[in-house]
Design a protein around this ligand. Structure first.
Ligand SMILES: Nc1nc2c(ncn2[C@@H]2O[C@H](COP(=O)(O)OP(=O)(O)OP(=O)(O)O)[C@@H](O)[C@H]2O)c(=O)[nH]1
Ligand SMILES: [Mg+2]
Ligand SMILES: [Zn+2]
Length: 350
């Protein structure tokens, strides 16, 4: 028997469960998603679950269970179950599904913090950090930057310089799995019952860091490689690991692209510190591109806002507009399709 409180079960979730028509059944948390089933931890232990038809149909794929979701299940056999309901999500990390224009994919849910993991070698990219941060803040999740492989040589001044506009917006940790004293502060920052998702490119050391935080090998990592230092996509699924007496860690496979999956205009203006300037623009609906009296452009010209940062802001804003416009179009199409099939059904009945 285990206590689900170490997996984050609390009063708020209990209240959410009461809304479900299946509140009399058992609850559990999805610890990993496989092709045809879900791994779930429940009071009775570990289970393999499948989805009931009513959960599967009529839901976009982004709303099917993901790692971190709390679900309600009907047990059968010793360690099997059917998922009959999903508790409403609160803090969820999404990204744009690659190869699509407006589909999103849920990476992890009921997440308190997200560790943006970057290694201090050639991988470090402030532009990638910004991108992750926007989507994390959009998901109502606290971002934390973890810079790994600090045992390797790196240019600290250059890193500090590029982080200037973000540094005070989130805590930053420098870590190395070879230096236990750098792991300890990170471990101490994690509270019991807190869920943390690890994101970052392949090969930056996400799984290695989780092993270091747990003090034992719970996840497979790639062999130490002297070659290019590029990632090899060692982890292949989003998987939950429990830290002894501490938090709940969700490892994710490194992804090549992490597209924005929300209309993030306001978050972008805040993160890129454009809002203060934008308030004094001549036009209330100023887009800060080429309008007269634009204080954002003025700030760029005066050197108060870095050109690279401004360009990055415009690029991500365009991406998020594009996503939400396509999503809106898609919803409209889906709605009219639903109307047509309703109409067809009615005609058939006559
Ligand atoms: N020098 C050094 N190497 C590290 C450190 N952390 C991880 N590595 C190495 O980096 C490589 C990649 O580590 P992983 O933990 O597999 O990386 P990952 O981010 O989980 O990669 P994916 O699962 O492919 O997304 C391995 O060879 C690790 O040994 C570190 O702090 N210092
Ligand atoms: Mg990994
Ligand atoms: Zn403006």
């Amino acid at each position: 028997m285990n206590s689900l409180s170490s997996y984050g079960w609390n009063d708020d979730l209990f209240q959410l469960k009461q809304i479900s028509q299946y509140k009399h059944l058992f609850h559990g948390r999805v610890t990993a998603v496989n092709k045809t089933n879900y791994e779930v931890i429940a009071e009775r232990g570990r289970l393999l679950c499948e989805l009931a038809g009513n959960v599967l149909y009529g839901r976009p794929s982004s709303e099917l269970p993901c790692t971190g979701d709390w679900i309600i299940f009907q047990p059968f056999d010793d360690n099997k179950g059917i998922i009959v309901d999903i508790l409403p999500r609160k803090h969820t990390l999404y990204r744009k599904k690659s190869g699509t224009v407006s589909d999103r994919q849920a990476i992890a849910s009921h997440v308190d913090k997200a560790f943006i993991v970057q290694s201090l070698d050639a991988n470090f990219s402030i532009r990638r950090t910004e991108r992750f941060m926007v989507q994390i803040v959009e998901g109502n999740i606290q971002p934390i930057l973890v810079l790994t492989k600090s045992d390797l040589s790196f240019n600290r001044r250059q890193i500090d310089e590029s982080l200037k506009h973000m540094g005070h917006q989130m805590p930053i940790f420098f870590t190395s799995i070879l230096l236990p004293e750098t792991i300890l502060p990170l471990r101490e920052s994690i509270k019991r019952g807190e869920t943390i998702v690890f994101v970052g490119s392949s090969g930056v050391g996400k799984s290695s860091l989780i092993n270091a935080l747990c003090g034992r090998t719970v996840l497979t990592t790639s062999e130490i490689s002297k070659s290019s230092g590029k990632g090899r996509h060692t982890s292949t699924r989003r998987e939950m690991v429990l830290m002894e007496d501490n938090g709940i860690l969700i490892d994710t496979p490194g992804v090549r692209e992490f597209g924005l999956a929300s209309d993030s205009s306001e978050t972008l203006a805040t993160i890129f510190e454009v809002s203060d300037f934008a308030e004094s623009c001549r036009f209330e609906d100023c887009k800060h591109v080429d309008e007269p009296g634009c204080k954002v452009i003025e700030a760029v010209n005066n050197g108060l806002l870095e050109l690279d940062v401004y360009n990055s802001y415009l690029k991500l804003r365009k991406e998020s507009w594009y996503f939400s416009a396509s999503e809106y179009e898609k919803r409209k199409r889906d709605k009219s399709f639903a109307k047509i099939s309703e109409e067809a059904k009615r005609l058939k009945k006559r």
